[in-house]
Design a protein around this ligand. Structure first.
Ligand code: SF4
Length: 413
């Protein structure tokens, strides 16, 4: 039996917070309405934080608030009040990168633990020691550190370490990027990143006409973005290295993504920590991860510096994509009818897949569907429609129904 690292999930709103915890997260990180880096994520009001904290604590989970923007003159105003309010709400820690914000939290909100954000690019144990001596409880490492460096850090400094295990990577050093600032006038380090690195570009020399050049060379447009991170096959290495918290990226991602990824990582962590000697990686875990993947997956900087193979260059390939079709609200075991809240259109005869916490999943064809008044339906195509569907196996509240939505071009690496 090994000590289990925390599984830390993103929660862009209250619904995602509850689903993440339901699907196995030990903790979630959210944004408040100030000082965060995701201005377009559904940031939490103080009342929503209270509800989220009550739900999380009732389920043995924690809630952290990211307040990790780069602060310009005047931005720190009100930070003391903000941190004190978070502490009084019961938030378990704040994730901060700006030294002045850290100082403000430590001096003005006594008792609220501070975690150093990945934005601060901590990449060596001396840096960890510095921040520990400043009073920080946890360091979220830069994504650019290797597994060997993590092992060294854990040997040298007794401070909690959190590392990213899954999700999008920045092509810049842990988010220190101004592509978005220049191209869209949206400040990536004050919550406005337009994801400019993921747009499609073409190489051309001055004087060339971009499209003609590309046609002549039979070139694909390229993206500056890297492939996404997935350490799903390498959880044993992270556990053995002594990492305290395994973080999933993606506060802007869907409920389907959060539930799928939490469900899988929960399985892998538990399977390894419960019986490391007999641990065998189940390919079904990785198959499941692909159902919520948006790009190719790789191991980032953990096992070496990524090469051009980890960038989104090259010819696309196609991989089946799945969409969040509905969420189960309730289930009647007498009639085998599940009441669903619809999120995407689906019809009689369509093959769908249900999944739930604990890695339960099964496929079936929809044969019987009705509205809340019992009228038979051929299809469900109104947003957030409540419908009943006959299911082949028992389901429970908060199970998710997904459907195949065709294929999407990926980049072959
Ligand atoms: S544009 Fe890309 S590299 Fe820059 S901050 Fe946004 S996601 Fe990161």
């Amino acid at each position: 039996m090994k000590r289990r690292p925390e599984l830390l999930a993103p929660a862009g709103n209250l619904e995602k917070l509850k689903m993440a915890i339901h699907y196995g997260a030990d903790a979630v990180y959210i944004g408040g309405q100030q000082f965060g880096l995701r201005s377009r994520a559904g940031n939490f009001s103080y009342d929503e934080m209270r509800e989220g904290v009550a739900f999380a604590h009732a389920n043995g989970a924690k809630v952290y608030v990211a307040a990790n923007m780069v602060t310009h003159e005047g931005d720190i105003e009100g930070a003391g009040d903000f941190f004190r309010t978070l502490r009084d709400i019961g938030i378990d820690a704040v994730i901060v990168s700006d030294p002045a914000m850290i100082e403000t939290c430590l001096t003005e909100a006594d008792g609220l633990p501070v975690h150093l954000s990945t934005q601060a690019s901590a990449t060596n144990y001396e840096t960890l020691r510095f921040w520990k001596e400043e009073g920080l409880e946890r360091i979220v490492l830069a994504r650019e550190v290797s597994m060997d460096e993590i092992v060294k850090m854990k040997q040298e400094v007794d401070v909690e370490i959190e590392t990213f295990v899954h999700g999008a990577m920045c092509i810049s050093y842990s988010g220190r990027c101004t592509l978005s600032n220049h191209m869209t006038l949206r400040d990536a380090n004050r919550g406005g990143c337009a994801q400019s690195c993921r747009w499609k570009y073409g190489f051309f020399e001055e004087g060339d006409l971009l499209t003609e050049e590309m046609e002549a060379r039979d070139e694909e447009p390229f993206s500056m973005s890297s492939v996404d991170l997935s350490m799903v096959r390498h959880i044993p290495d992270l556990v053995e290295a002594g990492v305290d918290s395994l973080k999933i990226e993606g506060r802007m991602k869907s409920i389907h993504y959060v539930a799928t990824v939490c469900n899988v990582y929960r399985q892998v962590i538990d399977a390894y920590c419960e019986d490391p000697e007999h641990f065998v990686f189940d390919p079904a875990w990785e198959e499941e991860i692909w159902k919520a993947a948006q790009r190719e997956l790789a191991t980032g900087f953990y096992y070496g510096i990524p090469t051009e193979k980890e960038q989104l260059f090259g010819k696309p390939r196609s991989i089946p994509q799945f969409a969040f079709a509905a969420r189960v609200i309730s289930y009647d075991p007498v009639t085998s009818m599940a009441t669903l809240e619809q999120r995407n259109h689906f019809s009689i005869g369509e093959e769908v897949e249900f999944f739930g916490p604990g890695f339960v999943r099964f496929s079936q064809v929809i044969e019987t569907m009705e509205d809340v008044d019992g009228h038979l339906l051929e299809s469900a195509n109104q947003a957030m429609m409540t419908i009943r569907v006959k299911v082949d196996r028992p389901v429970a509240t908060d199970y998710i129904m997904r459907k195949r939505k065709g294929v999407r071009a990926r980049t072959l690496v």
